[in-house]
Write a protein that binds this ligand. Structure first.
Ligand code: PMT
Length: 228
């Protein structure tokens, strides 16, 4: 693939974790560093695309030439994604979005209560960002990720179908030195085809190289899919 395979395309990528407030000083989150999503942004820009990165809180520099929108919560990420979904050609959900948020975050800092050994938090579901992008009538080509600790292929195939995605990048986040926070990653790429299901194994490699492979394959699949 040449270096301008994505010229004229707008690529939107979600990256990093979300933070769901419990009170003014505490939140629920996860270990996503943003490295995978930022590597995808770099790879898409290198292919000539216009790239918008919707980023949760991370400690990374914005890749050159990439437009970055900073968000904190899943609902903020959802709003930004919906705003851009209708005007992009390729949407990649790489963010580790919190599936749940506190139902009613406390207005003031929660106090430790003497004599009580436990605290119950009530959580409610967040919107599913990639699924909602994929459900739009004016949908772009949609790529999701699946972070699994077991039965990688079965769970990823289920997410691909249930969320209505075009392609999914499944990574085993229990493997040492790969996944959350690491510089390397490995993945099983899965997609849906008119003539059956397709897949490709991407062995352990730097996230920069894996990102290039994902972008190239997504552009290829997008071209091959008549509906887009
Ligand atoms: O950021 P790094 O440290 O580099 O780590 C990279 C990574 C491990 C975070 C990344 O490779 C990865 O797997 N990202 C997806 C993490 C995740 O939340 O996976 P999931 O299986 O829970 O979600 C499935 C898909 O739905 C993902 O595309 C996710 O972005 C999306 N989702 C999930 C919940 C939700 N409410 N909205 C969503 O869009």
């Amino acid at each position: 693939t040449g270096s301008h395979a994505a010229a004229g395309f707008h690529v939107v990528i979600t990256a990093g974790p979300t933070r769901e407030p419990l009170d003014p000083v505490r939140y629920l989150s996860n270990h996503s560093s943003g490295k995978m999503g930022y590597a995808l942004a770099t790879a898409a820009a290198a292919q000539g695309a216009r790239v918008t990165l919707i980023s949760g809180p991370v400690a990374l520099a914005t890749p050159p030439g990439v437009e970055r929108l900073d968000v904190e919560t899943a609902r903020e990420m959802h709003e930004a994604a919906q705003r851009l979904a209708g005007e992009c050609d390729l949407f990649i959900g790489c963010a580790a979005v919190a599936d749940y948020r506190a139902e009613s975050p406390a207005e003031h800092k929660l106090k430790k209560r003497d004599g009580e050994t436990g605290l119950t938090l009530r959580l409610i579901e967040n919107p599913d960002i990639v699924a909602e992008v994929a459900a739009r009538p004016d949908r772009p080509f949609v790529v999701g990720f699946a972070a699994e600790t077991r039965d990688l292929e079965a769970y990823a195939r289920d997410k691909l179908n249930r969320k209505g995605l075009d392609m999914i990048v499944a990574n085993d986040v229990s493997a040492a030195g790969l996944g959350f926070g690491a510089d390397d990653n490995a993945a099983l790429l899965l997609w849906r085809d008119a003539d059956g299901d397709g897949g490709e194994v991407l062995p352990p490699q730097p996230k920069s190289a894996l990102a290039r492979a994902v972008i190239e394959r997504a552009l290829e699949r997008r071209r091959a899919t008549a509906a887009h």
